[in-house]
Design a binder for this molecule. Structure first.
Ligand code: IMP
Length: 200
């Protein structure tokens, strides 16, 4: 069984491949080329499911397990922005940098130097006859001045609970241990093992 990722986000692909170490995990774009998937769900879980199902159906194979990740950052003091709109916060097709700048600007508008925030990841798994969705969260705060250039997306402005540095500054190994994505994937891993061991 091949594991195919229903994402071409380089940051996610790198983190997910690092967690699967010995396994061969490839982004769908290596097989199918570039493809826009419309994420019109109202929750992280729905969007994760849409992505995994779309790629599973496009591949049309019974020897693959497709994994998707839908994730984002939520700031309760900003009416839960950007949430599921994290990737398009500064508009459709916005870059990570533009989205980060928009969140910095929104904090400044509200006069907030920092504010509690959390990341959510929904991981969906699609395989022949099987579908699952699981979640992971990472709590902390966002600050109004980005620091460091590690990680991706909103990481330079996010400080995880129990730390003083942003995810842009911290060693990637710390993020691997703490992250929303790692927690959801820890739940996904035994399911993937089980699906791989099934004789169909
Ligand atoms: P998606 O690809 O539609 O799931 O959008 C994910 C959005 O959330 C992107 O804007 C990412 O930059 C952001 N995001 C998700 N996970 C992380 C993370 O671990 N660090 C930083 N930003 C993240």
């Amino acid at each position: 069984m091949e594991i195919v990722l229903a994402t071409s986000n380089k940051g996610k692909v790198k983190e997910i491949q690092a967690l699967f170490e010995e396994d061969h995990v490839i982004p769908f774009s290596d097989i199918l080329g570039p493809l826009e998937i419309e994420e019109n769900g109202t929750t992280f879980a729905e969007n994760a499911r849409i992505k995994a199902e779309t790629i599973f159906k496009k591949l049309g194979r019974d020897d693959v397990i497709v994994i998707s990740d839908d994730s984002g950052i939520t700031v309760p003091a900003l009416n839960n922005e950007p949430g599921i709109y994290s990737a398009r916060y500064a508009g459709e097709g916005a870059t990570d940098k533009q989205n980060l700048n928009k969140l910095l600007q929104r904090l400044k508008e509200k006069g907030l130097k920092e504010s509690p925030a959390y990341y959510t990841a929904a991981i969906a798994i699609f395989a022949p006859g099987a579908e699952y969705v699981m979640h992971g969260w990472m709590f902390g705060k966002v600050i109004d001045e980005p620091r460091g250039d590690g990680g991706f997306g909103y990481d330079p402005m996010f400080i995880p609970e129990g730390f003083d540095q942003t995810l842009g500054e911290l060693d990637p190994a710390i993020k691997r241990e703490l992250s929303h994505r790692s927690k959801a994937l820890a739940l996904a891993k035994p399911i993937i093992e089980m699906l791989r061991s099934l004789k169909r």
